[in-house]
Ligand binder design. Structure first.
Ligand SMILES: Cc1cc2nc3c(=O)[nH]c(=O)nc-3n(C[C@H](O)[C@H](O)[C@H](O)COP(=O)(O)O)c2cc1C
Length: 169
């Protein structure tokens, strides 16, 4: 069985694309991908290591299928689960709500007892405000396909190198 469950929501495909790139950093069959638009929440219980990815849409909001999926996590015990979060956003178009939606996933899994890993430096991004910033760092990997596509691969590689051991243990 795959060791890591990667659950993403997406509107225009960017978050899926980054999810696939993340999966590629591992040996084949280590990461299993699910679109939350058609995933069963029971799939989440199969993994002790999870990666959750969402774009920010609307005004700092979660992607719709994530908004529907998130409350369904309430019945799952996360106390033995490790979760890493990544978010997609547009720092030029939405500088006051940059990748805000990541916070909703963070708060939910934190409340449910998960160990959250993968905080990420805010260096190299230009924005005014972000709810995804906690104590001066992003709570997870931040990707901006709209303005910094050329940096996506190296960001993913670096992030996975930081968290690989914790996800696979
Ligand atoms: C209607 C709309 C609203 C958006 N709102 C935000 C926002 O509040 N904050 C942000 O950082 N990005 C925002 N974005 C940018 C998206 O998060 C970004 O384009 C992302 O890559 C889309 O990912 P997806 O292709 O997986 O849906 C918005 C994009 C659209 C189209």
């Amino acid at each position: 069985m795959a060791k890591i469950g990667l659950f993403y929501g997406t509107d225009t495909g960017n978050t899926r694309k980054v999810g696939k790139l993340i999966a590629k950093q591992f040996d084949e069959d280590v990461v299993e991908l699910y679109n939350v638009a058609d995933a069963d929440v029971a799939e989440v219980t199969k993994y002790n290591a999870l990666i959750f990815g969402t774009p920010t849409l609307g005004d700092g909001e979660l992607e719709n299928s994530w908004a529907a999926f998130l409350p369904k996590l309430d019945d799952i015990d996360f106390s033995n689960k490790t979760v890493a979060i990544y978010g997609l956003g547009d720092q030029e178009g939405y500088p006051d709500e940059f990748v805000d939606a990541m916070i909703f996933i963070y708060k939910k899994v934190k409340k449910l007892g998960a160990t959250i890993i993968g905080s990420w430096s805010t260096e190299g991004y230009e924005y005014v405000k972000s709810r995804a910033e906690i104590d001066g760092k992003f709570l997870g990997l931040v990707i901006d396909q709209d303005n910094q596509k050329d940096q996506t691969k190296e960001r993913v590689v670096e992030w996975i190198n930081q968290i690989r051991a914790d996800l696979l243990k």
